[in-house]
Design a protein around this ligand. Sequence first.
Ligand SMILES: [Zn+2]
Length: 319
Amino acid sequence: MAKHYLAMDVGGTNIIAGLVDEEGRVAARHRFPTRSSRSPEEVMEDMAAHLRELAALAPEGGKPEALAVGLPGWINQQAGILLKAPNMPGWVDVPMAEIMSRALHLPVCLENDTNLYALGEWLHGAGRGLDNLLVVTLGTGVGGGLILDGRLWNGSFASAVEIGHLPLGPGGALCGCGRRGCLETVASATGMSRLGRQWLAEGRPTGYDGPPEELTPKVMHSLAQKGDPLALAVFREAGEALGLVLSAIFNLLGIEGVVLGGGATGAFEFIRPSLWASLAARVIITEPENLKLLVSRLGEDAPLAGGAALLRENMYTRS
Ligand SMILES: [Zn+2]
């Protein structure tokens, strides 16, 4: 009988849990609000209730093999502890693997959410067949996961790839991390909104006449479709910044491709031209035509497929 796994992608706002088969296909999913003002214990009880419902859907009365949890923060995978999650106040040193394991009677593995996303896109999505691949998510922040030599790269500190905090140069806007000029001050959804509002305040020409706080990447996307100069300039700036950082990574590591995912890739048609120009002008290790610039194929299912892959490949030690 085909094996099934439970996987869960935990965000600061929403949680998506799924029942996933061996091929990374999501057979059923639940989406529910994190409501992170509640205590971690209450949120985990809620998670367990949803996961039990999903487990009951396993075919032929089978039981899922294990649970993989993708978390937006730093974890100690060996110990199964969530050390810290910047967008989930109060979640400090939570022994989540043990608590969830006791609630569900299943082995549980924790992993960084972007790493699970990267595993999913690499094994089942847009990055299939590439042994050296970077996966970048453009959301509230800019996240990254790196596959090197056919393995998920965790470095010496069991971290995801903090591509969002690579510096674009000295100075620049203040980042959520407390430093200045990080990639995500320009290329994340938050960064694009900031840039749009700043240029709006400076009186740059635009057809937008709503309140500054409602100028989001989504709004700018529809403005860009009508040729709005401010919206187009924001996406051009984000693309240039991404191209600058990606060219450095291509030249450093010799990776073959990058998969871009996350909410802000909705406007990729407007980001891509300046991204490609900025990248192609700087890549020296090969002809730019040899580099693959790909868009996520699995979307929000990517971390779920990645979670199942993590469990299937036995890339965990806890039982
Ligand atoms: Zn930063």
